[in-house]
Design a protein around this ligand. Structure first.
Ligand code: UDP
Length: 377
């Protein structure tokens, strides 16, 4: 590294690259980004499959969606988006249903032809009543919204597979990610104004973000707090917070994923980008077919890439925080120690131990940059 390091960013996901971009463009300071992996982009990284030439998201399908005007304006400086809108199908007992649960799912499952109002009344009768509206766990929350039948078919076993836990031991707010609809809208992120896939793929967005002579990127570099790279002003750490302190208060629990890629010699394997498999008899939770993310591209009609997703435990590749009381208490201890460090701040999904979507991460990085700007004299 020849240049002076004014700011050090650890981790090259959205949080790290957005902050680096702002520091270099606005403060006109030099930034070094290090990452332990051999590539940029964190879990949003995309690459082209060599055989089929299909671009796929190495760490699972990522759909960009937001209603945050600031985030949308910002990210559009670095990429255009295609017109993709996400829809998900659930495969239960050898039949396909729409997900999240909507009027089609309800009518199809119960073999009815309800109107929206009739479906609402019907499901209301099916819901399980609990004492408090302050639901104790995922299962209570889910059953209070959709009742036992739909819960057992589409949610219970998927959630057990996904999290490796009984849903009674999971926080209720995970269920808030799944809307329930009494109409035929099948747009997964219907409440978001903007949605799509970066037209040239996610990796290109990161390359564009750091395309600045003041930013250097150093892959395959583990950050070590005992022997740190010392920047002139500030370190912004976006890796796992427990690892930073060598697990001194114990390990935070994460759920990780493993993917099995297959090439299938047919034009279209499943007709859509993601199908969920909510039953335990399938070890995977979903099958991805990334060809469907880029309908504007002229992919070959001879083959397609198919990716099975398996939830696993793997501390080295954390994806989803298991955000229960115990883990939150551990996180608070680490957070307290961070506050004692000088010229050191944290952010992003791994360091905050939070289930952020991409737009939330970008928004948080932009807000943190405003803080850096105010305090940087
Ligand atoms: N979920 C489920 N069945 C499904 C889809 C989701 O039970 O078919 C539950 C599951 O617990 C999951 C959560 O809803 O972890 C959130 O789902 P989402 O699709 O938002 O997860 P992500 O895409 O972030 O993995």
């Amino acid at each position: 590294m020849k240049k002076n390091i004014d700011f050090l960013v650890v981790g090259s996901g959205f949080y790290g690259c957005v902050i680096a971009e702002r520091i270099a463009s606005v403060l006109k300071k030099n930034v070094l980004i290090v990452d332990k992996r051999d590539h940029i982009g964190g879990n949003c990284f995309s690459e082209i499959d060599k055989t089929t030439k299909i671009e796929y998201h190495k760490y699972g399908t990522h759909i960009f969606h937001t209603s945050n005007q600031k985030v949308w304006n910002y990210i559009n400086k670095f990429t255009n988006f295609n017109g993709y809108r996400h829809q998900v199908i659930s495969h239960y007992n050898n039949k396909k249903y729409q997900m999240p649960i909507n009027l089609e799912t309800i009518n199809n499952y119960y073999q009815k032809d309800f109107s929206p109002r009739e479906a609402e009344v019907f499901i209301k009768k099916k819901t399980v009543k609990f004492q408090k509206t302050n639901y104790k766990n995922f299962e209570e929350k889910a059953k209070s919204q959709i009742g036992n039948d739909l819960y057992n078919a589409f949610i219970k076993e998927y959630t057990e597979k996904q999290w490796g836990k009984n849903p009674k031991n999971l926080p209720s707010n995970i269920f808030n990610r799944l809307p329930l609809r009494f109409n035929y809208n099948e747009d997964y992120f219907k409440n978001c104004i903007w949605q799509g896939i970066p037209i040239d793929g996610y990796t290109r967005v990161f390359e564009n973000l750091i395309d600045n002579k003041r930013i250097s990127f150093q892959p395959l570099t583990e950050y070590n707090i005992n022997n740190p790279i010392k920047p002139k002003y500030l370190t912004i750490y976006t890796g796992p917070i427990d690892k930073l302190f060598n697990y001194r208060y114990g390990k935070l629990s994460w759920r990780s994923l493993k993917f099995k890629n297959k090439i299938v010699q047919q034009e279209d394997f499943q007709g859509t980008s993601v199908i969920n498999y909510p039953q335990l008899k399938y070890e995977f939770t979903r099958i991805h077919e990334p060809k469907h993310l880029h309908l504007e591209r002229n992919y070959s009609k001879k083959s397609t890439l198919v990716i099975e997703e398996y939830p696993i435990i793997n501390d080295e590749e954390p994806y989803y925080p298991i955000n229960d009381n115990n883990n939150r208490a551990i996180h608070r201890l680490y957070k307290r120690d961070i506050n004692k460090l000088k010229n050191f701040i944290i952010g992003g999904r791994l360091a905050d131990y939070a289930y952020y979507d991409m737009d939330m991460t970008i928004s948080a990085a932009l807000v943190k940059f405003e803080y850096i700007l105010k305090n940087f004299k």
